[in-house]
Design a protein around this ligand. Structure first.
Ligand code: XMP
Length: 327
């Protein structure tokens, strides 16, 4: 666990100028730390790992090996964006692993939420470790640990995955260039590094991904329906100015069907549940008001465009008593 505490003298990074100064400082520090050795990074496409990747590409170029594990539970277009931004635009040394079948096979028939989480987390470490073993000359592991992760781990609030330790048997030294930054600062640094706005201001997305939103035992057809419905919700929130206003919004799809009618015929389908919440710390959350006209439009699109969905419901439950995620 890290014991560093952010010095009082450190000014908050709020402007591109301050971000550029931070970047220059970290580029020099990383070069001094790693020399000509290789650095490995698990690149999920989330804000923190993306900013670390961009920073390290600037500092050490192809000495950074990014591994993106697609667990099959990403939102629509996310893995593609990682490949486009890092593999193509930034010309990173990127290893892309489509482990969809591995994850979904292990999850088949598993309905219990915590068990699903454990399978996803455990499998992730296994896939990543297997990939790391194939590489030679890697002495460092980069992580997108940020300052709140360190504070929360220190206070015993939660054992953050970035702070809890490395997978068994891995003996890397850590490179954690954004360790003293708060989330808003990481975003300013990310924009200064030229990452797409949409990536830097992405809403939080749980590590187990759509796995905890495809409720109960995951099936491929229901997961597909969830991903498509979620993409429609995100597209409509983007178009209608809600994306920057609502902290987290998504679709959950439960594992039961109801009777409906489509094209004059009985049409059994799953409900798509819209959840859109505002919060500052995710400990409590309030419900965002969405204009009815937009809700009708989203409902119309989802029920007409997504195979397998025949109803759309809106979750109006604040936290507490409902958690933000359904599982
Ligand atoms: P809950 O559902 O506990 O969620 O109100 C609070 C915030 O945490 C996210 N979340 C997770 N993030 N792994 C993660 O990395 C998880 O297993 C997990 N479960 C919930 C959730 O999306 C929300 O932002």
């Amino acid at each position: 666990m890290q014991s560093n505490i952010r010095p009082e003298s450190m000014a908050r990074i709020t402007t591109p100028e301050l971000a550029n100064a931070f970047i220059e400082e970290q580029v020099a520090a990383v070069r001094a730390q790693v020399g000509d050795k290789k650095v490995l990074l698990a690149l999920s496409g989330g804000v923190d790992s993306s900013v670390v990747a961009a920073l390290l590409i600037k500092a050490i170029g192809k000495q950074l090996v990014c591994v993106h594990v697609n667990h099959g539970l990403m939102r629509k277009g996310e893995s593609e964006q990682v490949i486009e931004v890092f593999g193509k635009q930034m010309d990173a040394n990127l290893i892309y692993i489509d482990a969809t079948d591995r994850f979904l096979d292990k999850l088949a028939g598993v309905a219990e939420p915590e068990k699903k989480r454990k399978i996803i987390g455990g499998e992730f470490i296994e896939v990543f470790a297997e990939e790391a073993e194939k590489l030679e000359g890697v002495e460092f592991l980069a992580q997108g640990t940020i300052y709140p992760d360190i504070l929360e781990s220190k206070d015993g609030v939660k054992a953050h995955h970035n702070v809890g330790g490395l997978p068994n048997g891995m003996t890397f030294q850590l490179v954690e260039p954004v360790m003293l930054l708060y989330k808003d600062e990481v975003r300013v640094v990310g924009e200064a590094l030229g990452l797409p706005h949409q990536m830097v201001y992405r809403q939080p997305f749980p590590g187990p991904g759509l796995g905890v939103r495809c409720l109960g035992a995951i099936t491929r057809d229901r997961l597909h329906a969830l991903r498509e419905a979620d993409a429609i919700l995100r597209e409509e929130f983007d178009k209608n100015g809600l994306a920057g206003k609502v902290w987290q919004y998504f679709i959950a799809v439960p594992d039961f069907t109801s009777v409906g009618v489509r094209d004059g015929k009985r049409y059994e389908g799953w409900p798509a549940i819209i959840r859109a919440v505002n919060t500052t710390d995710a400990m409590t959350a309030t419900i965002e008001e969405i204009p009815y006209a937009l809700l009708y439009h989203i409902t119309n699109r989802i029920t007409h465009e997504v195979e397998g969905i025949n109803r759309v419901c809106l979750d109006l439950t604040p936290k507490p008593i409902g958690t933000i995620e359904w599982e």
